[in-house]
Design a protein around this ligand. Sequence first.
Ligand code: SAM
Length: 215
Amino acid sequence: MSHDLNLSRERMVKNQLIARGIKDERVLQVMGKIPRHLFIEDALSGEAYNDHPVPIGERQTISQPYIVALMTEALELKGNENALEIGTGSGYQTAILAGLCSRVYTIERIKSLLGNARKLLSQLGYDNILFKTFDGTLGWKEYAPFDAIMVTAGAPSLTEPLIDQLADDGRMIIPVGDRYSQELIKVIRKGKSLEQESLGGCRFVNLIGVHGWSD
Ligand code: SAM
């Protein structure tokens, strides 16, 4: 069983990530190691390494592996960053960030999801993650500014408080659009100005909160 899962994970990295242009060795290594199937309930864990999102309960999903890799690579992480993640969900993306940064601050609005993610990540031995059940559209002021910000739910706009909490030369990846489809935007802060680049179309669950969509 575990041999099959290791093989599925190897294939995921080769066929879904490398074949589509993901090049960052650290991202490929981390995604090749993290047991994605543990972040998905048993009944669906056979789908963990497939090329699509998978439900994680509470009408939420764990994103498709390729989108996770694309967003992570775009953050250009070197290892010494403080990163903020909005939308902990299953905790899979959190684990990836924790393997690539110095510290991860992760916020989830749904308490049960955050509880499950916290438990699993602690069982897996991560000790560089701070968790909070909160409206992530407000960011996490006490620990700002952040070198990297990853938003894993679709926002109506760039989300002002998150922009304000981005460090100089910091990178933020955020899906922006309407409730049904978005564009993945990379924002880089250069002093008082912002550079923006589109990484292509995507489809995320809604970012719900004061600076997001209504529930
Ligand atoms: N990155 C996650 C993973 O690896 O499993 C998947 C995240 S899922 C696509 C988006 C998550 O964002 C959901 O769990 C949802 O509850 C959460 N979310 C939506 N609005 C939020 C907000 N304002 N603050 C924090 N989390 C939010």
